[in-house]
Write a protein that binds this ligand. Structure first.
Ligand code: AMP
Length: 288
């Protein structure tokens, strides 16, 4: 195995300092582990931007709510290491909770505006916890670039905001959503699905595609959303946290018809899993 796994910030920094001394570019891909091909698509993209790729694996307690799946979240380090090694990743940083949150830890980060809608509305505190851990990881590794998936599009927008606001000297690179052959966005949480739920799950993507196509043709948005919610329910999903079209940059709601690049976002419960997905929608082309 050529992958090197380290568990402390000091070890990671020492290795990165060696690479820097050789003039090499470093990419960081933060993850919570239970790695799948979607994560590997990020490390492959990272390889195009850097000479050395570091993947962090940390299930961050601060971004889970009290009734969420922190304890149940899959932890599969040996399998993750094998995948990273096969993908040619040089270093895996897998700290434990006390390395990241030592005694007397007292700092928080809050990003206004972008974080009170969509997942922020149903997961209070989630984006504060995410912003804190990503800030720490960026400052610990000080990479040239860091890669994040559009799967978590709102997260990517929040990260771009605080990285700019805090002058963190790193290029943030967004990566397209990697999907199963039937359209389901890959996710570590897909392993919560039973076989029957797994068969239903791609409905989410198909509903987003239908809405995107109709909105692109100039259809009014509100009826499309109503129909989309009905389709998701009819497929067998439980509660729909949201199905909304929002501006692709500032995440403001879009009503009527589209004028600017937008994105359709969904979060819905299926059995034990809460699945999220999103899709770009381009405004209709004006004719003539
Ligand atoms: P996670 O381990 O779920 O926190 O994800 C770690 C990173 O991988 C985040 O930047 C995610 O957006 C990204 N990611 C997860 N699933 C996918 C996917 N299906 N396609 C692209 N990126 C993904």
């Amino acid at each position: 195995m050529t992958l090197k796994t380290v568990h402390s910030v000091a070890e990671m920094r020492a290795i990165i300092a060696g690479w820097r001394a050789e003039g090499l570019r470093v990419a960081l891909v933060p993850t919570m582990g239970a790695l799948h091909q979607g994560h590997i698509s990020l490390t492959d993209l990272a390889r195009r931007h850097a000479d050395r790729v570091v993947v962090s694996i940390f299930v961050n307690p601060a971004q889970f709510g009290p009734n969420e799946d922190f304890a149940a979240y899959p932890r599969t380090l040996p399998d993750d290491q094998a995948r990273l090694d096969a993908a040619g990743v040089e270093m895996c940083f897998a700290p434990n909770v006390s390395e990241m949150y030592p005694d007397h830890f007292a700092t928080s980060i809050h990003v206004e505006g972008l974080t009170n809608v969509l997942c922020g509305a149903t997961r209070p505190g989630h984006f504060d916890g995410m912003a804190l851990i990503v800030t720490k990881l960026l400052l610990q590794a000080l990479p040239d670039c860091a890669l994040f998936g559009e799967k978590d599009y709102q997260q990517l927008m929040v990260i771009r905001r605080f990285v700019a606001d805090l002058n963190i000297p790193v290029d943030i690179i967004g990566a397209p959503i990697h999907r199963e052959a039937d359209g389901l966005a890959m996710s570590s949480r897909n392993r919560y699905l039973t076989a029957q739920e797994r068969a239903i799950a791609p409905t989410l993507h198909h509903v987003l595609q239908d809405i995107a196509t109709a909105a692109n043709r100039g259809n009014l948005i509100d009826p499309l959303i109503t129909q989309g919610k009905a389709d998701i329910k009819a497929a067998g999903f439980g509660e729909i946290d949201y199905l909304e079209i929002r501006d692709a940059e500032n995440l403001q709601p879009v009503t009527g018809t589209l004028a600017r690049p937008a994105r359709i976002f969904v979060a819905a419960r299926l059995g034990k899993a809460r699945l999220i997905d999103n899709l770009a929608i381009t405004p209709p082309q004006s004719v003539g």
